[in-house]
Design a binder for this molecule. Sequence first.
Ligand SMILES: *Cc1c(COP(=O)(O)O)cnc(C)c1O
Length: 403
Amino acid sequence: MTEMRFTGSFTQQEPIPEEGISAALEVLRSGRLHRYNTAPGELSLTARLEASYAKWQGAKYCLALASGGQAMQIALRASGVGPGDKVLSNAFTLAPVPGAIAAVGAEPVLVEITADLVIDLDDLVAKARTSGARHLLLSNMRGHLCDMDRLMRIADEIGLTVIEDCAHTMGAKWNGRRSGNFGAAGCFSTQTYKHMNSGEGGFLTTDDAELMARAIIMSGSYMLYERHGAAPLPEAFSEIRLDTPNMSARMDNLRAAILLPQLDRLDANIDRWNALYDRMAALLEAMPGLLLPQRPAEESYVGSSIQFRVPGLGAKGAQRLVSKAATRGVELKWFGATEPVGFTSSHRSWRYVQAQALPKTDAILADLFDMRLPLTFSLSDCDAIAENIAAAFEAARQPEDAA
Ligand SMILES: *Cc1c(COP(=O)(O)O)cnc(C)c1O
């Protein structure tokens, strides 16, 4: 090896801001961790976080939850999905997405993706027609946004309710409008590897008062819904409050304490992610044989991870690339593996979902690689990563190891 092996960690996030740590200690000292455990006149940190996130997102209502997966599950249920219903979703996503559909007893109908890693809108129209599904759980997987204008026109025409999975698009925009504000509801995650880090956590946002009232009761508000930070007026609850089950998926004040200062830094962090992404993308694009998804001009992304394809590499070649890169300290994920690895899986690994033929998606995943870009990386780390990828790529192309 001529170049230096990369020694950074692809899973190392930044520390929680000191103000968040102090606020968390204060919550611990108070003993009032539960979001409804407030002193007289006190607005809980969870309620404050809801108000702040709703404002930042530009949504009327926001509900803080225990996870992004719970946000999707509750959004589906609150928008009327029930057992046996069909729900459309991208075939390329992560396990919590089909999992949320399965959790409400519904059946995922998987839609092909395009080479730019977004939902294939022609296949969406076809599958909506053949399945009769009335809901789409749109996954903005790895931060790529489809043509949201065209998608919403299609949804209007065929009467599809859209729930957006924005786990990777918190802060992204399409034509200036924030991801999450197009469909009936937006679902966000504050799990460690997303754009804000509370270990676990999530948000559901919407402008629909009834959907939010249901979601709040489902989240486990008991009859304390007036203590929320970005909730509809009490009248919105009067019809539904006794007919809606409690599914206990609340956020607590400890997590809210560490998220509030991160929200203040989110815009600045988005710029930092994009500086890393743009540097990495330029370096990868310059490598022959490597293809990056096209990012449309309407999309403002948050480059917290980067994807590339190596057409014609083959399964053996792909495995070699992953292992050569690992030897050089670069953690690449390959979506074409037959067995799920870590967080990476393909639709074939979700055996609770009825098997579906997705030849186009399979062909794309067969040569698709993915890499995280945590904010603990610097621009010179990007250079070092690129050198190591180039060397790994070279080594993987050799039919046999020379040494
Ligand atoms: C992380 C993630 C979610 C939500 O995850 P939780 O871990 O439940 O917060 C949803 N969709 C995608 C694509 C994700 O990566």
